[in-house]
Structure formats: structure tokens, C-alpha cells
Design a protein around this ligand. Structure first.
Ligand code: NAP
Length: 285
């Protein structure tokens, strides 16, 4: 139960998106603010596509300290900002805005949250062969940070064109051969036979469709690290089946918590209480 007093010193942070009712970020960040004793509050704001510019003007006018940005605004918010961090610029998507005395800078902590979740489990992706499923926003952030870290990528997507566009961009920027394939059984079997890490960056398996999985269990093996970006449920069918064959598994919850921790640090300048943030989210999942 939050017990903080709202005084004149409060700094406001929040999240903009549409829909926004399902977000767990207010819960996670308010618990962290309370634990660290900082005068910050985090609120959800439902912002429709056509109101995005006004919302960012409002952020400046009201001196809001920080905003997270979620679907459908991660790309379209960019022209309204003053600066982009080098990595957000490369990815072409922003999930965090920091307001420093009226200067708005965009960051992408989805990417760094993903990498931190891997490293925290002792997995260094440099020179590893990584199979990524999906070519949407999450896949884009993950593909860029892995390419920068020196991974060899194969991107499979239901819509092949989107995988090709992403792979071409990565090959061009990082001078690293990146393969794009249609997401089907034959291609999956071939790609996974040589893979070290599998990342599901599609929404397959997400609540309420928790019985779905992007691939059948017979394609999994004990030598794989399986990372599912889906975090509701915490243990997806893919992770349950990967665990059953002895593969190492990582939940999207870890990525979500780490991206939140990095945001907390940018807004407050303090080290985030990561374990508390995790506990708060797990309580509601
Ligand atoms: P998005 O931009 O809408 O992309 C969705 C991706 O999923 C596309 O590649 C899409 O393929 C694919 N897809 C959807 N339904 C499919 C199906 N039935 N079969 C095969 N492929 C399917 O969404 P996003 O923002 O990238 O999010 C993707 C997932 O990442 C979501 O589950 C989200 O919760 C998760 N995520 C997690 C975190 C975290 O912190 N853990 C952060 C961001 C996102 P097409 O291109 O063919 O449509």
C-alpha cells in the first residue's frame, strides 16, 4: 500500500500509450520510488495517436520529469523530442523520455533491458548464433543490441518482408551478415540446429492465448538458451517445454524489470531496487 504524501516537491513521471489499462509499470515504479524514499509519482496516461504531439507539449509545459512510451507511440514520438540517445536513434524507436530542464531526450531501454537480463544470467551473446522470432518493435530493439554486441543473427518472421527489411538494415549498419527467413517449421529446424540462443520476440503465447507456442517442442534441445520476451504469463508454454528438454530459460519478466530499472536510474540518478520491483510485478502476474 502506498503511503507517500503528495507535496509541492513531487516530480511526476508516467507512461503514455493506447490502450494503457494493462500496464504494470505504475505499480513497479511507484513501489521503487517509495522504497528509495524519493518524491516521485508515476501515472498512466491514455494518449490517442492524434494527441501525441499535444501530450509531449504537455510534458514540457507541466515539467513532467519522465515518460515511458508504449504502443502505438514508440516510433512516432521521435519528431517531438529534442535529442535521441545514439542507440535509440539507430533502432528508430523510443520507450523512455527524460526531461532535463526542458530538454527532452529519447532512449530505448527495451534493448538494454534485454541485454542486461542475458548478462545477469551469465550469458554473453558475443559471437553466438542467435535465432530471433518476430520482426516487430521488440525484435528490432533486440536485434540491434545483439548485432552491436557481435552476435550472428537469423531473423524469422511470419511476414517475410519485415524480417528482410530488419536484416538488411542490420547488415548495412553493422557490416554483419544477417539472415531473414519465413517463420515455418522447415526454416526453424534448420536455423535451430546451429543455434546457441533462441529469442521469441513475437506475441505468440501471451495472455490470454497461453496454450500457444511459436514452435513445437521437438525442435528444442538441451544446449539452447531460450529467451521468451512475453512476460504474461511469466512461464510461457515455450519456456515450460524448453525447461523440460533441459534448456536454460529466461522469462520476459527479467527484460521488463531490467528495462524498468534502467529507466528508474535515468530519472532519479539512484540505483534501482531491482528485487523489490520484481516482487511487485510477480504479485500481480
Ligand atoms: P509488434 O511490433 O506488434 O510485433 C509483433 C510480432 O509478433 C510481429 O513480428 C508479428 O509477425 C508476430 N506475430 C504476431 N502474431 C503472430 C502469430 N500468430 N504467429 C507468428 N507471428 C506472430 O509487437 P512488439 O512490441 O514487438 O511485441 C512483441 C512481444 O514482445 C510481445 O509479446 C510483447 O509483450 C513483448 N515485449 C516484451 C517486453 C519486455 O520488457 N519483456 C518489451 C517489449 C515487448 P508479423 O510481422 O507477421 O505480423
Amino acid at each position: 500500500m502506498l503511503s507517500r504524501v503528495i507535496s509541492g516537491k513531487i516530480r511526476i513521471c508516467g507512461i503514455i500509450g493506447d490502450p494503457i489499462e494493462h500496464t504494470m509499470s505504475p505499480l513497479m515504479h511507484n513501489a521503487a520510488f517509495e522504497k528509495m524514499g524519493v518524491a516521485y509519482w508515476y501515472l498512466p496516461f491514455r494518449v490517442k495517436k492524434e494527441a501525441l504531439g499535444k501530450a509531449i507539449d504537455g510534458m514540457r509545459a507541466l515539467n513532467i520529469k519522465g515518460l515511458n512510451v508504449t504502443i502505438p507511440h514508440k516510433v512516432t514520438v521521435i519528431p517531438f523530442l529534442d535529442k535521441l540517445d545514439r542507440f535509440a536513434e539507430r533502432i528508430g524507436a523510443v520507450n523512455t523520455v527524460v526531461n532535463d530542464d526542458g530538454v527532452l531526450t529519447g532512449y530505448n531501454t527495451d534493448a538494454s533491458g534485454f541485454l542486461q537480463a542475458l548478462l545477469e544470467r551469465g550469458i554473453e551473446p558475443t559471437e553466438k548464433k542467435v535465432v530471433i522470432l518476430g520482426a516487430g518493435g521488440a525484435s528490432r530493439a533486440i536485434s540491434f543490441i545483439l548485432a552491436e554486441r557481435g552476435s550472428n543473427l537469423v531473423i524469422l518472421n511470419r511476414t517475410l518482408n519485415k524480417a528482410r527489411e530488419l536484416a538488411d538494415r542490420i547488415s548495412q549498419i553493422f557490416q554483419r551478415e544477417t539472415e531473414a527467413l519465413k517463420l515455418d517449421r522447415e526454416n526453424l529446424a534448420r536455423a535451430l540446429s546451429k543455434a546457441d540462443i533462441l529469442v521469441n520476440a513475437t506475441s505468440v503465447g501471451m495472455y490470454p492465448d497461453i496454450d500457444e507456442t511459436p514452435l513445437t517442442a521437438d525442435l528444442l534441445s538441451s544446449g539452447l538458451v531460450v529467451f521468451d520476451t512475453v512476460y504474461n504469463p511469466v512461464k510461457t508454454r515455450l519456456l515450460v517445454e524448453a525447461e523440460a528438454v533441459g534448456a536454460k530459460t529466461i522469462s520476459g519478466l527479467d527484460m521488463f524489470i531490467w528495462q524498468g530499472a534502467l529507466v528508474f536510474e535515468k530519472w532519479t540518478g539512484l540505483k534501482a531496487p531491482v528485487e523489490l520491483m520484481r516482487e511487485e510485478v510477480i504479485k500481480v502476474l
